[in-house]
Design a protein around this ligand. Structure first.
Ligand SMILES: Cc1cc2nc3c(=O)[nH]c(=O)nc-3n(C[C@H](O)[C@H](O)[C@H](O)COP(=O)(O)O)c2cc1C
Length: 336
């Protein structure tokens, strides 16, 4: 088996934290990151994460149980902080002794970090600003993911390269920090590791792996797309703050504009409050992503993809993608 000593040394802290061979996470992708992809990533030495998304506690229960049948390696569960049943979902993770819970989509609700830790699991948090990162790490977060706007799915406003320069010098020595967004090759991975990252998280690069259940038409759309095709959604109404989503441009992009207008009007008429309005927007995305990933509706569904989509050109087994990333990283580090 090939070894990658320089890369492995830089990833040692992250790998120890995750309990995996390599500190490479496959970030949770709603509808894509289910038992097959998650177990394949973990079996190949990376770290898979189940996307709970809008799942009910019963569905999550089944998904974790089925994933466990396919791998005995550690994997994580990604919970969206605004999920109305987040505490029931935490209980399900506890029931299965899930080792790592990733809290995504906003500030964790009061008591959630404590509840996860009490179950014995490690908590991985996201933070868009350094101040919030420090606060979350002080109040129980065990590791941090910083994710730049190159990423697929919901995004913040700042590029990965800038976030890495802001966060890593301040936090990397004392904390486990994973860098995500726009990583398509091992050379980039090596760069962030040298800056102090304990590991990396990729989504787009793994979405079309052989083991991914994504519809063949969803995968074809990825193979055809270039970086510039993965566009961030636009907020049409200043009163309705929506988190931008990066996806391949199609008819669904326009439908989202119409949906925003519809929800903004409901807000104006006092028929919904801001929380409900934002939940409706999130349900729109969940439905649109499902149509693209599961049904292959690449016209009006949402083909969430990061800018690294241009580096995804064919279907490959997860193990091959991981080996490529590691080999590219090792070669880059060897040239230093
Ligand atoms: C199709 C798709 C769906 C995603 N769904 C989620 C999600 O449900 N929860 C989450 O925290 N991140 C989600 N993400 C973000 C990924 O977990 C990951 O952080 C991101 O893809 C990393 O950036 P990259 O796409 O440039 O590799 C999604 C990304 C994609 C491409």
């Amino acid at each position: 088996m090939t070894s990658y000593p320089k890369t492995t040394a830089l990833m040692a802290r992250g790998a120890e934290f995750l309990g995996s061979e390599h500190a490479i996470l496959c970030g949770a992708m709603s509808w894509v990151s289910e038992r097959n992809l998650v177990s394949a990533i973990s079996n190949a030495g990376g770290f898979g994460v189940i996307a709970c998304g809008a799942m009910t506690p019963e569905l999550l229960d089944t998904e974790i149980a089925e994933t466990k049948k396919l791998t005995d390696k550690p994997f994580g569960v990604n919970l969206i902080t605004m999920h109305p049943q987040i505490f029931e979902l935490i209980d399900i993770c506890k029931k299965h002794a899930v080792s790592h819970v990733v809290l995504a989509g906003g500030i964790p609700p009061k008591g959630s970090v404590e509840a996860i830790k009490e179950s014995g699991a490690k908590v991985i948090v996201f933070a868009p600003t350094l101040a919030l990162a420090k606060k979350l790490l002080r109040s129980g977060g065990d590791a941090l993911v910083i994710e730049g706007m190159e990423a697929g799915g919901h995004i913040g406003p700042v590029a990965t390269s800038v976030l890495a320069q802001e966060f890593l010098p301040e936090l990397a020595e004392d904390h486990v920090v994973f860098v995500a967004g726009g990583i398509g090759r091992g050379e980039a991975m090596a760069g962030y590791l040298e800056m102090g990252a304990a590991g990396v998280q990729l989504g787009t690069r793994f979405a079309c792996a052989t083991e991914s259940i994504a519809h063949p038409d969803f995968k074809k759309a990825f193979f055809r797309a270039k970086a510039r095709d993965a566009e961030a959604s636009v907020q049409v109404d200043p009163r309705l703050p929506v988190i931008p989503v990066r996806a391949l441009k199609n008819k669904g992009t326009e439908e989202f504009t119409a949906k925003q207008r519809e929800v903004a009007q409901l807000l104006d008429e006092g028929k919904v409050d801001m929380g409900e309005a934002q939940l409706q927007i999130e349900h729109f995305w969940a439905g649109a992503l499902r149509r693209a990933v599961i049904e292959g509706d690449v016209e009006s569904g949402s083909i969430m993809a990061g800018q690294s989509v241009g580096m995804v050109t064919k279907e490959e087994p997860v193990a091959d993608i991981l080996q490529q990333l590691l080999a590219e990283s090792e070669e880059a580090l060897g040239r230093r």
